[in-house]
Design a protein around this ligand. Structure first.
Ligand SMILES: [Zn+2]
Length: 289
């Protein structure tokens, strides 16, 4: 039936009905992506994160995905948020804004209080509340432009402790003739990256600690695995939060050889453990709210 033939009353009624259905579907979608996340099922799709999984499989913009993934995270930490969403007391955007805050708070009571405090609030009001509670002054958004010569142009604003640390570093480095902002920041980036690289390879200078874990993967094995993987997750190619993983788990007698060690991102590592050791067992270590 063409909508053009509907009466005014019916058109308004139906619009309302479809909106209700859409909101219901959104809540169901959030519940489902949370379960996909609990099982880390997106790793089977080699997408490495819930965000990338949704981007690959569903027709949604990045901002729509981001809002849903963050709102779903709030639902994991504050189950009662689902009811508040159903009762139209909070919006998806509100829930997304507080997701990192509720994730980092242990007390269930406090989590619920935060949810209560954002009821009926706009996005800006919710943001202000989050800033107030975290004591953070929000930095203006930084912009990055890559140039064809490999250089990077970054506009950034440093606030709070970071601004103080910058001043301190600048003062210290001025003795070495380093004054320009790009030199000061370059120095900070280089030395942080250097120490991270050493940690990853597990070969520090004499001063720094050699990282070994109880599962004892030697520096040589780690280096060989990193060469093979190109320092990427060997399942989804992510470059972030990389871990060395025993293909046959250490707890099941797996050994630390090149053939049994691989580099996985944190999510793919968790998924592998779920498959090898069971969801029930891994729920004791992960997915805790
Ligand atoms: Zn991965």
């Amino acid at each position: 039936m063409s909508l053009q033939n509907l009466s005014d009353e019916r058109l308004i009624e139906d619009t309302k009905m479809w909106n209700e259905k859409e909101e219901h579907c959104t809540r169901q979608f959030l519940r489902h992506i949370n379960e996909v996340n609990r099982r880390r099922l997106f790793c089977d799709d080699k997408t490495g994160s819930l965000f990338k999984y949704i981007r690959k499989n569903f027709n949604k913009s990045d901002s729509e995905i981001s809002r849903r993934v963050l709102a779903a995270k709030t639902l994991r930490h504050v189950p009662y948020a689902d009811k508040a969403l159903a009762n139209k007391q909070v919006t998806l955007t509100n829930l997304a804004e507080v997701s990192n805050l509720v994730e980092n708070i242990k007390s269930k009571k406090k989590k619920n209080e935060i949810l209560d405090s954002i009821k009926g609030k706009t996005q800006t009001q919710t943001r202000e509340l989050v800033d107030e509670l975290t004591g953070k002054k929000r930095a203006t958004r930084s912009k990055t432009h890559s140039h064809s010569d490999g250089s990077l142009r970054i506009h950034l604003t440093l606030v709070g402790q970071t601004a103080k640390d910058y001043d301190f570093l600048k003062e210290q480095l001025s003795n070495n003739g380093i004054y320009k902002p790009e030199e000061v920041i370059g120095h900070a980036i280089n030395s942080t990256a250097e120490s991270m690289r050493k940690k990853i390879i597990g070969m520090g200078s004499r001063k720094s600690k050699v990282i070994t874990n109880t599962r004892a993967i030697s520096a040589a094995i780690k280096k060989a695995v990193m060469t093979r993987s190109g320092n990427k997750c060997e399942n989804c190619a992510s470059k972030y939060n990389l871990h060395f993983d025993h293909i046959i788990p250490y707890s099941l007698g797996g050994v630390s050889t090149i053939g049994n060690v691989r580099q996985l991102c944190s999510n793919c590592n968790t998924r592998a453990a779920i498959v090898a050791l069971s969801q029930q067992k891994m729920d004791l270590y992960i997915n805790q709210s």
